[in-house]
Design a protein around this ligand. Structure first.
Ligand SMILES: Cc1ncc(COP(=O)(O)O)c(C=O)c1O
Length: 333
C-alpha cells in the first residue's frame, strides 16, 4: 500500500487524464508570448478572479514575490500576520530580491483582524521610520489551519488600505478552497486586491504552476520581472494544460477534501468546527514523535512545531486512506 501522505496538498501526482491533456497541449515559445495554452490559462484565471490580466509562474512563492515587488519599493515595508507564508516560508525572498522589510501582527489561526492591522501600519512615515507600502492577506491561511478569512474583516482591511493609499496583495494559494467552502464567487474573494496569486499545484492537483493576476499594466511589469528572475518559460503550455484541466475537473471536488478533513479532525479529537477547509491542525505533546510513529505505519504528517501537527487532505487521499490514517493516528495523539 502506498503511504497515506497527509503532509501537504502539494504531493499530488497528475492523473492519467491530466497527463493526457498535457501530452496533447498546443505549445509555442511563451517568452515570445506565443504559447496558446499558457495564454488560455492566463485568460481563464484572470476571468475567474475578475481581474484584467494574469501571468503563469512556476511557483506560489514567485507569484507572491512578484506581487510584493510590484507594490513595495526597496526600503519600504510589507505588513502581514506573523504566520503568513510570504513572511515565514519564502526564505526572506522579499528582503533578498526586493529590499523589502516586514512587520507582522499576531493572529489567532491566521484570522484577519482589522484592529491588529490598524495598530501596525505606518504609511508615509517620513525620514525616521520605515513607511508601510502594502498589506498582505492569505486566504485560506495555511499555517493557521486552512482558515477562511472573514469577509467583513477583509472588507475593513481593504477600506483601511484605501484610506491610506496602501497596496494590497492576496496570497490565494488556496483561494479555491475558500471559494468551495463558502460558495463565494472567486471574483468576490479576489475583489479589492491589487495583486492576487493563486496556486494550481496544491488542492487542484496540477504538478507545477501558479498564476499572478492584476491590472494589465502591472502584469506587463510582472512579465519583465519574471524573466529577470530567470523564470521565463518556453513551451510551458505542457504545464499550463495541467492547470486548465485542473480548473475544469478538480475544483468542485475540493468539497470532498473538506469533508474528509472534518472526519479526520473529529476522529482525532480536534474541534471539527475549526476545520473550515482541507487542513487539520493538532496540538499534541510531541509532534515529531507522532510523525515518526505514524510514518512507521504508512501515514505521513507534518510536524511544524514542537506541538504543532498538520494534516492536509487532497486529491490523492480517498476514504480508505482516511480510515487508515485514523487507525494509525488515534493511539498516537
Ligand atoms: C499559502 C501559501 N502561499 C504560497 C505558497 C508557496 O507555493 P510554492 O510552494 O509553489 O512556492 C504556499 C506553499 O505551500 C502556501 O501554502
Amino acid at each position: 500500500m502506498n503511504p497515506v501522505d497527509l503532509r501537504s496538498d502539494t504531493v499530488t501526482r497528475p492523473t492519467p487524464d491530466m497527463r493526457a491533456a498535457m501530452a496533447s497541449a498546443e505549445v509555442g515559445d511563451d517568452v515570445y508570448g506565443e504559447d496558446p495554452t499558457v495564454t488560455a490559462l492566463e485568460q481563464r484565471v484572470a476571468e475567474l478572479l475578475g481581474l484584467e490580466a494574469a501571468l503563469f509562474v512556476p511557483s506560489g512563492s514567485l507569484g507572491n514575490q512578484l506581487g510584493v515587488r510590484l507594490l513595495v519599493r526597496p526600503g519600504q515595508e510589507l505588513v502581514c500576520d506573523s504566520l503568513a507564508h510570504v513572511a515565514r516560508a519564502e526564505l526572506g525572498a522579499a528582503a533578498v530580491f526586493s529590499g523589502v522589510t516586514f512587520r507582522t501582527w499576531p493572529a489567532t489561526r491566521g484570522r484577519l483582524d482589522v484592529e491588529a492591522v490598524r495598530g501596525l501600519i505606518s504609511p508615509d512615515a517620513g525620514p525616521y521610520l520605515v513607511s508601510t507600502a502594502a498589506i498582505e492577506v492569505e486566504n485560506t491561511h495555511n499555517f493557521g489551519g486552512g482558515t477562511v478569512q472573514p469577509p467583513n474583516q477583509v472588507a475593513a482591511v481593504q477600506e483601511l488600505a484605501r484610506s491610506h493609499g496602501l497596496g494590497l496583495h492576496l496570497d490565494g494559494a488556496r483561494l479555491w478552497n475558500a471559494h468551495v467552502a463558502t460558495g463565494t464567487p472567486l471574483s468576490e474573494l479576489a475583489g479589492g486586491f491589487d495583486t492576487v496569486s493563486v496556486c494550481l499545484s496544491k488542492g487542484l492537483g496540477a504538478p507545477v504552476g501558479s498564476v499572478l493576476a492584476s491590472t494589465a499594466e502591472r502584469i506587463v511589469e510582472a512579465r519583465v520581472w519574471r524573466k529577470r528572475y530567470g523564470a521565463g518559460m518556453r513551451q510551458a503550455g505542457i504545464l499550463a494544460a495541467a492547470g486548465l484541466y485542473a480548473l475544469e475537473h478538480h475544483l468542485d471536488r475540493l468539497a470532498d477534501d473538506h469533508a474528509r478533513a472534518k472526519r479526520l479532525a473529529e476522529a482525532l479529537g480536534a474541534d471539527p468546527v475549526a476545520v473550515e477547509t482541507n487542513i487539520v491542525v493538532l496540538d499534541v505533546r510531541d509532534a515529531a514523535s507522532v510523525a515518526v510513529g505514524a510514518a512507521e505505519d504508512g501515514v505521513l504528517v507534518s510536524a511544524l512545531g514542537p506541538r504543532f501537527l498538520r494534516l492536509v487532505t487532497h486529491l490523492d487521499i480517498d476514504d480508505d486512506g482516511i480510515d487508515h490514517a485514523i487507525k494509525v493516528l488515534q493511539p498516537l495523539v
